[in-house]
Design a protein. Sequence first.
Lengths: 119, 611
Amino acid sequence: MASKTFDKDTMLDLTVNMVPLVIILFFVVGFSVFNPFGFESLASGLQYGILIGSFVLLAALTYLSGKAIAGSEKTDTVYLPGQATVPGATPLHGEHEDAAAEIEESADAEAVESAEGTA
Amino acid sequence: MEVNGQLVLTVLMGLFLIAVAAWLARVENWRSYTPLAGAGAVGSTEQYVSEEKPSGVIRWLTTVDHKDIGILYGAYGLIAFVVGGLMVVVMRLELADPASTLISNTFYNSLLTSHGITMLFLFGTPIIAAFSNYFIPLLIGADDMAFPRINAIAFWLLPPAALLIWAGFFPIPDVIPAQTAWTMYTPLSAGVGSGNQMNAGVDLMLLGLHLSGVSATMGAINFIATIFTERNEKVSWANLDIFSWTILTQSGLILFAFPLLGSAILMLLLDRNFDTMFFAVEGGAILWQHLFWFFGHPEVYILVLPPMGLVSLILPRFAGRRLFGFKFVVYSTLAIGVLSFGVWAHHMFATGMDPRLRASFMAVSMAIAIPSAVKTFNWITTMWNGKIRLTTPMLFCIGFVSNFIIGGVTGVFLASIPVDLVLHDTYYVVGHFHYIVMGAIAFAGFAGLYYWFPIYTGRMYQTTLGKWHFWLSMVGTNLTFFVMVLLGYGGMPRRYATYLPEFATLHQIATVGALILFVAQVIFVWNFVQSWLEGPKVEDGDPWDLADDDLVTSEWHWFDRKLQTAIADGGEEEAELATDGGERIDDSQSTSDVSSDGGDPVAETDATSDE
Ligand code: HEM
Ligand SMILES: [Cu+2]
């Protein structure tokens, strides 16, 4: 399930949050390697606490929101945001219940992608 | 001199209250759709807007309708904007020359404090709540907010909050306004020392601030509950619009940030009045700063995220295409929400805190700049080669992007410790955050006010005046605040009523800029009020022609049906009554069919063929 929800497109969407995560990671490593101020349990604990705490929370929220959004993309009809209750709005891609539509789905998704890119 | 300034301000405030009361009375007559227009409708029981809504002032005092509450928030926010704006005009006039010619130094400090608190807590938060109350239920297809009565209570806590915050300016014996600046640093705000900040005016201000925090928290809980539980079944997480996403994130931030401010304020009040020592012991001053900024930094994102949502919603409609990288914007909004709790000490770099800790806060501050930058690129890419229509709301959106870039870039520089140690507490900081709070947040607010003007007034504003408003605001903002960036480079410290002669020219330019901004807002108020009362009626449910590009969103569809039902019923009097009856039912069924509205298949077909 997880791998199905977090497919290539979703991972691509999530890169936007990977960047700050990587930056934080970069500083965690950086502060460990270059440490001009020495180690002192309270101050260093807080130093890494801030970084790692932010990292964990951001990773968790990114995971949860990615799951919620990508998950509902798989199960419900997707409209342009804000258009779901407008009658006659064209769905971006429809129901994906049956497994047979798997191929069509990825084609669809690509169409949406490219539409998003070029529109 | 001081007394004169105070008197002038008090009189001005009084005049505004009267103007507002008169305006409400007129608006109410017009909006209540009573056939007996002009029959002083102060809540006489025979007159009803609809079955469940009395007319007249009583309607506004008792309403739990999210749209009415939205309008109340909007009116409140704009009044606070006027008050805070007039305060700063007086300050800028004082700064036109180095001497204290117009007002005393202490009165300057009072204005400075109240200007900041008024703009952030009484204008910023409420004006956002105006949009979210009115439009979130429409956008997500909900009947109303999850807790309509809590919604009303949350609003009604705000007027007393404003009275408390401004209490020092009222002619009450022995009460003077707070002069602590909006950050309320101890020991000054604890009333320690030989200054005058032990005065009850400071206590009243703190209580008012606390009350506004309670209001914001209640609102936030309501929005979280509404967006989680009241969405129409078709509105899945994947279909949720960007404005709702930003409000959801903002509400989460409020939920974690404001209670902390409330607690810190209570501790301060205890220190002031009950001899506790929270902030008096060694390290107390730093404790205050940590508590305050743990709230304070999320607060700036509480203020900026929904405006970003407004721009993300409105800007694509006038670029003729959907928002580029919609999901990038959603995820980066959430990222900002989380990270904004890990950067607070970048406001305290100069306090001599542990260098290791300081480095960490710098790192997270750099990381949080990424999601903000991502959004900026998304907006620009959305406009790239788009079919751009430079309507007033679009102009304000573009102004937002432009100002946000300058505000954001100056912020990133401040986040770098060595740069901050030079620029901290100078006008550079003032320039940085005003590019964001005025140049971006207020601009997005104007974009929203113009964009949805037809929906909440049923009328159209005067487009030429709208453009004047934009251009004067844009020029005024950049003149005023860019000059402040330069002043900061020159070493001009912030929060002073006077300055060295070498800064005179730049300060005078800033004053000219502020006056341009003032003129722009006068135009805005005139346009807004006059068009609301007398502007041409909007008969098209899609006044921005969004259907051409398939960009209609739910709230316009709702508006369209509201108009259709009004016309379909014919007959002046009946039509008017029916509109509102329709409006009430409409709400509950912006989700399903129109047919329950009694003989409206016409409206339904029209609506569909329109799109
Ligand atoms: C791009 C991300 C941002 C960064 C890296 C950033 C960084 C900073 C830093 C380091 C300071 C402290 C300067 C000092 O006092 O020495 C500061 C001050 C401030 N920033 Fe930002 N900022 C950013 C965005 C924002 C936004 C979006 C807002 C408003 C919504 C904002 C509002 C403020 C305010 C109000 C202050 C001054 C607080 C005070 O001392 O009164 N900033 N910013
Ligand atoms: Cu900050």
